[in-house]
Design a binder for this molecule. Sequence first.
Ligand SMILES: NC(=O)c1ccc[n+]([C@@H]2O[C@H](COP(=O)([O-])OP(=O)(O)OC[C@H]3O[C@@H](n4cnc5c(N)ncnc54)[C@H](OP(=O)(O)O)[C@@H]3O)[C@@H](O)[C@H]2O)c1
Length: 360
Amino acid sequence: MLSRLLGGSSPAHAELLSYLFFQPEFAGGDRCRPRGRIRPMSRITTIYDHRTTATEVAAGIDLSGRRAIVTGAASGIGLETARALARTGARVTLAVRDVAAGEQAAEDIVATTGNEGVDVAHLDLADLASVDAFTSAWDGPLHVLVNNAGVMATPEGRTAQGWELQFGTNHMGHFALALGLHHALAADGAARIVSVSSSGHGASPIVFDDLFFERRPYDPSLSYGQSKTANVLFAVEATRRWAGDGVTANALMPGGIWTNLQRHWSAEHRAEQEAFAARAGDAIPMKTPQQGAATSVLLATSPVVEGVGGRYFADCNEAEVVPEIRGLTGVRDYALDPVAARRLWEVSLELLDAARADAA
Ligand SMILES: NC(=O)c1ccc[n+]([C@@H]2O[C@H](COP(=O)([O-])OP(=O)(O)OC[C@H]3O[C@@H](n4cnc5c(N)ncnc54)[C@H](OP(=O)(O)O)[C@@H]3O)[C@@H](O)[C@H]2O)c1
């Protein structure tokens, strides 16, 4: 599965396409023309790489008085993202579906950072009623929203609204969350949304005529891939629509990290994948959760990406567009396609409206 999700064994074989330096839709969409300051489309590189930790990225950043939300912050990359944000002095809300686990994580973050401003709130992204309850309860401006939570390779399943589980959780839940928090983000004046995607997006574009695997056999890799493509397209369209409100969104691949994400793999499959990663060595460098959180924290806090939106990063650098994902760092052109991004937004809105009408 890892080899399949990552798309091959060696990034050295990847043929890189020249980067798309200009996206007309993004730069000047009709009714959504950004009024804010948006940086021109040149590829962003930093001094950081796959070894960099979230703590290193956050060093020297002061977000005192600002607020941040991290979804799925009770474990893995989300926990380390929240910890690094707490180190900046921001007040951080851990948005979690297991509140007891969230409270333990909060205690740990307070103890390691000295920042007492760590809150825990219930959020189940697979249930629109829970997302709506979370957004209704939110009060005041929001500076950073990290859409980090996710599920991978689940057996076939459905959310409370009947949406396919991986697309429903990873994309629809975060889409509804961001929409519900838009007013709070806009109130900040310079807010950032961080959309945690994956190189797994290389497994599938958005299949608009069968989003929920109703006309084809369910495939956990294709389903995960589609949901992770949606995470990138969300960042593209959110920036086009909301940059004028001072809200930008970027997507990222955190890297390969052994976490609870792989919980649906069999022990045998996990062992095979660990052996594959070990054989691949530097071609597929596995990271610690602290390293895995670094790109999220860069996008959430760094001046390097101020005013930047609609882009995809990996290892703390903007990714290059590649014809096929063979390693951990490239991005497919279909994930950055502004037309698909707009269509996905409209379809997602229709799904939300239909679900709310059904519930009424
Ligand atoms: N690890 C990697 O190699 C890797 C690679 C590429 C991308 N990513 C992405 O990184 C993100 C974080 O994953 P991770 O590796 O840190 O895995 P993780 O430790 O399993 O974290 C995922 C978090 O999402 C939460 N979550 C799952 N379903 C949820 C729901 N319905 N509502 C609210 N929260 C929910 C989980 O909560 P519970 O504990 O309650 O289930 C968990 O805390 C994911 O978006 C994943 O796709 C990870």
